[in-house]
Design a protein around this ligand. Structure first.
Ligand SMILES: CCCCCCC[C@@H](O)CC(=O)SCCNC(=O)CCNC(=O)[C@H](O)C(C)(C)COP(=O)(O)OP(=O)(O)OC[C@H]1O[C@@H](n2cnc3c(N)ncnc32)[C@H](O)[C@@H]1OP(=O)(O)O
Length: 899
């Protein structure tokens, strides 16, 4: 195959200052394209442009926000007179567990990822249409496809891009405009915050760029348009929707939540599943006719009821919402009927009250979710179920769609759903019970002409719901998304009258009624298509895909040569991933896939470790060890490092800001550390073991209770002459989701165990071994804090039971005249000092330079240097250094120093 040229084509890459965007820019430029390197970080963008120009390529910088797409595209026109390819890649992270996520964090993610992609695409679209050529790649994510813990905002925005892409592909087809969504896995400044370094080394952006080039070339495969692909580490596979055949219920009064429960296994049975490309593939009329002819539906026992439960239904003044409200009331629920129309809401409340039910109106916008939930609390004393149903349409072809029409649909569907769930969440959390049904749409699943706004919002709701299901699992909160089709005021504008009449909202309600019931103990994070008595489940199916060798550069030509394999779902290798972990594992199987004889090794593998050490590590590797903890453990830890009764955010579990101090991250691994036998070292004496250094990376929000798992291995064994130095790495993951929360690297300094002839100097492990020399100026902040004589006795209850810290005899063997304080206790105090002075951080490292005795006063001196805060800690009474070579890397958005 001849090499694909991009000569004469202009490519706009957003977020191109680093990571994937940079890799795209360099790759396109190397094939002759004119590249607009967009990044709000002017210096980073300029660097990429300089690199391209030095290599003889053509590129210009643009520093506009992606939400000002017109300005981004104008740079292309001003400099190159055209734009042909748009890569919507810019992204940020604002990870936070949903309970603590702020509206700002929600909005920022939406703005950059979804609104930004809209804005840039909107600006390029008329040009694409005019020249009858355009290529768009939208960057989704596995977090969007499957949902991810701590990423409700990101999961929503990323899945929204999938819906948006599908509609763009439909609308663009006639004009040779193609749109593709990718869920890439690649190392970037963004992923660095959530992945351990050795994993990052395997997922170079250079393995993603060739695919993006292949699907944006003028000769790109037509069937890439409107499709979604997962790729990274040299592996590429298409992913598509798979729908169960589902089941059909008789549409009479026996169609109840109890009837749904009785046949639920049929809804979720994927035998003979289908792979529809559009929702029009479905024989709605035939199914409805079949539904009517069925015998009455069998009912499960006991009957699904809602006595004592309070249900909030949004947009319940008419249509689907009204049908839900009437059903819930019949089943004994207290119903809160929300609608923007006072008349509509009151009419439904009257209807329920007259029939002997209990209902209250909550008039207002779903964007004021708290006010709606307040009605439930005031009238009925609680909230148990949310059915987020409110919706509007602002249909327009993408060419004609105004920003206002985009915003309006997003505000009601996406932000409204978010706000209502957010308002319910603390109550669900506290009572350890909650049921949510969020309303998506077949338009969100498959895309639809004239509904770019609606398809994006409705797809985003799927990603959002999946993230909620993951976060809610531990609290018996179940969240599902439905794509209902029924004759309502909304569909009246697009359906023929007889269809509106035939497909009654009552035929959707029983499914919702089952999903939100106590009887639903299993189903969460799922998506259902429902229409006229028929209900089916829709999930992802992933092609077996192709893994390219990682020891030679991947090219767009290689991607195209395997296109049939990448998109083949019928070779028996297709899978059904349901989590980011599943998606990642498939990619990870390609790590280290080498082709014999490949020249110019481009292996993305990190330097293989010293074989001797690998052997040692294997010998001493431990099986994963669990760590289960509650809020009580968090409080105990916080108290152990000096938190007080006045600092309720650290010592009172019901405080709104309740959190673990960041250095809590060292605790879960403890047991694991101690399970390593060290008696293979010469003259090993446990009393001679001191903690030498500690590095902690915090890769996800710290849950205040949870079930975690630790995997530890020895990384390095050094011979320091008089002592042995053993470095251990531990990854701590969430047990349910597999998400890495902490990475610890701990160095143990074992006096008297050296002289075995091993290496003296270890590897540079980046921030884990950095020297962190303080600058020669007076510190920017100083915190002094006295420890208590009881400090070690208190701290040890968090898991380090080493007698060195409590038993005088043991301490004496170690060479101390009284027990010493745990190194990690001092570490925790200092970490708290930095947090109080400079805000949150994503990693922290220190060397234990000298011992502390409980009761001594710690003085932490801090210097802010860029995104680092270098610090030292000494004991005031003895003017003795105890923490050295220490620093934190501040988290993005950390507040400025309070000096
Ligand atoms: C979850 C994780 C599990 C871990 C749990 C551990 C169990 C805990 O219960 C134990 C504890 O908490 S102990 C309390 C905390 N630690 C301490 O108090 C140690 C304080 N430090 C010291 O006493 C000395 O610095 C000392 C003794 C460490 C070194 O002093 P010297 O022997 O005088 O060393 P020196 O001559 O200065 O240097 C020799 C070589 O060793 C390297 N080195 C020095 N300090 C180090 C340290 N803290 N960590 C790692 N390496 C260290 C030096 O760089 C030098 O290396 P090279 O030969 O390459 O130049």
């Amino acid at each position: 195959m001849s090499s694909l040229s991009f000569q004469g084509l202009t490519v706009v890459v957003t977020g191109a200052g680093g990571g994937l965007g940079k890799a795209y820019s360099l790759a396109y430029a190397s094939r002759g394209a004119n590249v607009v390197v967009n990044d709000f970080n002017a210096a980073a963008a300029q660097k990429v442009v300089d690199e391209i120009r030095q290599a003889g390529g053509k590129a210009v910088v643009n520093n506009s926000s992606v939400t000002d797409g017109a300005a981004v595209i104008k740079t292309a026109l001003d400099n190159f007179g055209a734009v042909h390819i748009l890569i919507n890649n810019a992204g940020i992270l604002r990870d936070k567990n949903f309970r603590n996520m702020s509206d700002k964090e929600w909005d920022q993610i939406y703005e950059v990822h979804l609104k930004g992609a809209f804005s840039c695409t909107k600006a390029a679209w008329p040009l694409f249409r005019k020249q009858k050529f355009g290529r768009i790649v939208n960057t989704a994510s596995a977090a969007g496809l499957y949902g991810n813990f701590g990423q409700a905002n990101y999961s929503a925005a990323k899945m929204g891009l999938v819906g948006f892409t599908k509609t763009l592909a439909r609308e663009g087809e006639k004009y040779n405009i193609r749109a593709t969504a990718i869920a890439p896995m690649a190392a970037s400044a963004m992923t660095e915050t959530i992945m351990p370094p050795e994993m990052l080394a395997n997922i170079k952006p250079e393995f993603v760029a060739p695919f993006v080039m292949a699907v944006t070339h003028p000769d790109s495969p037509l069937d890439a348009s409107g499709k979604v692909f997962e790729l990274g580490a040299g592996f590429v596979a298409e992913i598509r929707w798979e729908r169960s055949k589902g089941t059909v219920f008789k549409t009479d009064q026996t169609f109840t939540p109890s009837a749904v429960k009785a046949k639920w296994a049929e809804v979720t049975d994927f035998t003979d599943a289908e792979h529809p490309a559009t929702f029009t593939d479905f024989d709605a009329q035939g199914t409805l006719e079949k539904a009517m002819k069925l015998p009455p539906n069998p009912q499960s026992q006991p009957e699904v009821r809602y006595d004592g439960k309070t249900v909030l239904i949004t947009g319940a003044g008419q249509g689907l919402g009204r049908a839900y409200a009437l059903m819930y009331s019949r089943l004994g629920a207290n119903v809160v009927v929300n609608d923007v129309s006072e008349k509509g809401a009151n009419a439904v409340v009257d209807e329920i009250t007259k029939a002997g039910g209990k209902a209250a109106a909550a008039v207002g916008s779903v964007e004021d979710g708290e006010a709606l939930v307040k009605v439930a609390l005031e009238k009925f004393g609680g909230i148990h179920v949310l059915v987020a149903n409110a919706g509007i349409l602002r249909d327009k072809s993408f060419t004609a769609m105004t920003e206002q029409e985009w915003d309006q649909v997003m505000a009601v569907h996406l932000r409204g759903t978010y706000k209502c769930v957010k308002a319910c969440w603390p109550h669900f959390h506290k009572q350890k019970y909650g049921r949510i049904v969020n309303t998506s749409s077949q338009v969100g699943i498959y895309g639809n002409f004239g509904q770019a706004n609606y398809s994006a919002a409705k797809a985003a709701i799927i990603g959002f719901t999946r993230a909620l299901a993951i976060e809610g699992a531990k609290y018996n909160i179940k969240a599902n998304a439905i794509a209902p089709s029924a004759g309502t005021a909304m569909t009246q504008t697009i359906w023929p009258p007889e269809m509106v009449e035939a497909f009654k909202p009552d035929y959707i309600a029983p499914i919702v009624g089952y999903l939100t019931s106590e009887a639903n103990e299993e189903t969460s994070g799922c998506l259902f298509e429902i229409m006229g008595g028929w209900a089916a489940q829709t999930r992802w199916q992933k092609a077996g895909g192709h893994g390219f060798p990682t020891n030679k550069p991947l090219t767009p030509e290689a991607i195209l040569s395997k296109w049939d394999v990448i998109t083949n779902f019928d070779d028996g290798r297709a899978t059904h991933p349901t989590s980011t972990q599943d998606a990642f594992e498939q990619m990870a199987q390609n790590f280290g896939h080498e082709e014999e004889g490949a020249e110019g090794s481009a292996s993305p593998y990190a330097d293989p470790e010293d074989p001797e050490l690998v052997a040692k590590a294997k010998q001493h590797a431990e099986p994963p060890l669990p760590f289960n903890y509650t809020e009580r453990d968090v409080i105990l830890y916080n108290l152990g490092i000096g938190a007080t009764e006045k600092e309720l955010q650290w010592t009172f579990e019901n405080d709104d800001e309740f959190a673990a101090l960041p250095t809590f991250g060292v605790i879960p691994q403890f047991q694991c550390q101690f399970s390593f036998p060290l008696d293979w070292l010469p003259d090993f004496n446990p009393a001679k073991l001191l903690h030498g250094e500690q590095y902690l990376a915090i890769k996800a929000p710290i849950p205040t209770s949870g079930e975690l798992v630790n995997e530890a291995r020895i990384m390095e064994v050094l011979d320091k002459g008089k002592a042995a130095s053993v470095a251990v790495i531990t990854e701590t993951k969430d047990k349910a989701t597999g998400q890495v929360i902490f990475e610890n690297q701990s160095t143990l300094f074992i006096r008297g165990s050296g002289g075995f002839g091993g290496k003296r100097t270890g590897k540079d492990r980046g921030p884990a071994t950095a020297a962190n020399t303080p600058p020669k100026r007076s510190p920017d902040a100083v915190v002094e804090e006295k420890t208590l004589p009881v400090q070690a006795a208190l701290y040890r209850l968090s898991g380090d039971w080493n007698p060195l810290h409590i038993q005088p005899e043991f301490a004496a063997v170690g060479g101390f005249d009284r027990p010493i304080l745990h190194g990690l206790c001092t570490f925790g105090f200092a970490g708290k000092h930095v947090l109080k002075s400079f805000g949150p951080y994503k990693d922290i490292k220190a060397r234990f330079a000298g011992v502390v005795f409980p009761g001594e006063t710690l003085v932490t001196e801090m210097w802010k240097e860029g995104d680092k805060v270098i610090f030292t800690t000494k004991v005031k009474e003895r003017d003795a250094p105890v923490l050295a070579a220490a620093a934190v890397t501040l988290a993005d958005g950390a507040p400025k120093a309070k000096l």
